[in-house]
Design a protein around this ligand. Structure first.
Ligand code: PHE
Length: 337
């Protein structure tokens, strides 16, 4: 039994047949060893230990041989598989086409990262907004002529599609607890205006609002922040210039220009010969805006800005039709991967 068993084990070629045939046949309940061990009780007493220990020894020997053979076969199978699946790293790969962030989103992400690094909170607000936040609290009462600057999609008398991200100024000021520290936030998002779409107008576009309010915040903080943003985004060769302007919610108000991407300040037709391109509106938060939100305008001052990522992208990449960003033509968008 022993020799025959060992021979069968040695000549086995797969693990399955060892487990299902050889093991069952040799060591199973109906196998010869089990039978022999069971038969011991019928033997004369003095022969029992001898036969018993021999049967046990044979059983152990066969079991060890079985285990070894199984290990050997499994190792061989693994080696074979590894050999068959070897990767030829010199073969050219198969290109995988994958999506990527929209060019406007990449610009928003870059700017967001920068402000996060400076400890600003990043907030998002509702696109369907109350007149109260979009206009009234921003120092634009119902009959204010400057409402005409932003042609509005009204939903009801009191509800509208926000024309700017500035309502987030009012919403954040209203909630902020100055005992816990200064207010520093940016709020990127989509805004809507009742414009007829053309190469430079879209009824839907992006803005990033920014605001810092604390004691002793000055215009110098605004300029420093915008300079830092410009240098980080575009490089040290770019400069910022502030020009007086008007917004109802800032006083004084400015428009900020940066060095023209196209001519680097020399003057070209992209920048109408000035060497500068306008990128954002900004100013010192109007005391009325602070007061409307219940903030002590004697104690606190702040700056705010609103920049347009769409315009930035157009200037940076020489795109001359804003609608291209919204038509979702992959041939256009994949250029910015
Ligand atoms: N909300 C203004 C606009 O849409 C931009 C702005 C934001 C100006 C904050 C000043 C301060 O034109």
């Amino acid at each position: 039994i022993r020799d025959e068993g060992l021979k069968n084990i040695q000549s086995a070629v797969d693990v399955k047949s060892i487990r299902e045939n050889i093991k069952v046949k040799l060591l199973g309940k109906k196998g010869p060893i089990t039978k022999a061990l069971r038969g011991i009780k019928d033997l004369p007493v003095e022969e029992r230990p001898k036969v018993g220990s021999y049967a046990n020894k044979v059983r152990d020997e066969l079991q060890t041989a079985l285990d070894a053979k199984i290990d050997e076969l499994e190792a061989a199978k693994l080696n074979q598989q590894l050999a068959a699946e070897t990767i030829d790293v010199t073969l050219p790969g198969t290109p995988v086409s994958s999506g990527h962030p929209h060019v406007i989103q990449s610009i928003v992400d870059q700017i967001t990262d920068l402000f996060l690094g400076m400890g600003y909170e990043v907030l998002s607000g509702p696109e369907v907004e109350e007149d109260k936040y979009n206009f009234e609290m921003m120092n634009l009462p119902k009959d204010h002529p400057a409402r005409d600057m932003q042609d509005t999609f009204y939903i009801t008398d009191e509800i509208l599609m926000r024309t700017q991200t500035s309502p987030m100024q009012a919403r954040t000021l209203e909630k902020h607890d100055f005992a816990k520290g200064p207010l520093k936030m940016i709020s990127p998002g989509v805004v809507y205006r009742r414009d007829t779409d053309d190469p430079t107008h879209s009824h839907q576009f992006h803005q990033i609002e920014g605001m810092v309010v604390d004691e002793n915040i000055t215009m110098a903080d605004l300029k420093g922040t915008l300079e830092l943003l410009t240098h980080q985004l575009f490089g040290d060769k770019f400069n910022v210039r502030l020009r007086p302007s008007y917004f109802p919610f800032t006083e004084p108000s400015v428009e900020a220009d940066i060095t023209c991407f196209n001519c680097m300040g020399k003057g070209c037709n992209v920048c109408k010969g000035s060497g500068w391109i306008e990128v954002l509106g900004a100013g010192m938060v109007h005391p009325n805006v602070l007061q409307n939100a219940g903030v002590d305008a004697e104690k606190y001052t702040g700056f705010a800005f609103g920049l347009g990522p769409d315009r930035l992208a157009m200037l940076k990449y020489g795109v001359n039709d804003i609608r291209d960003f919204y038509l979702n033509d992959v041939r256009f968008l994949s250029q910015f991967n």
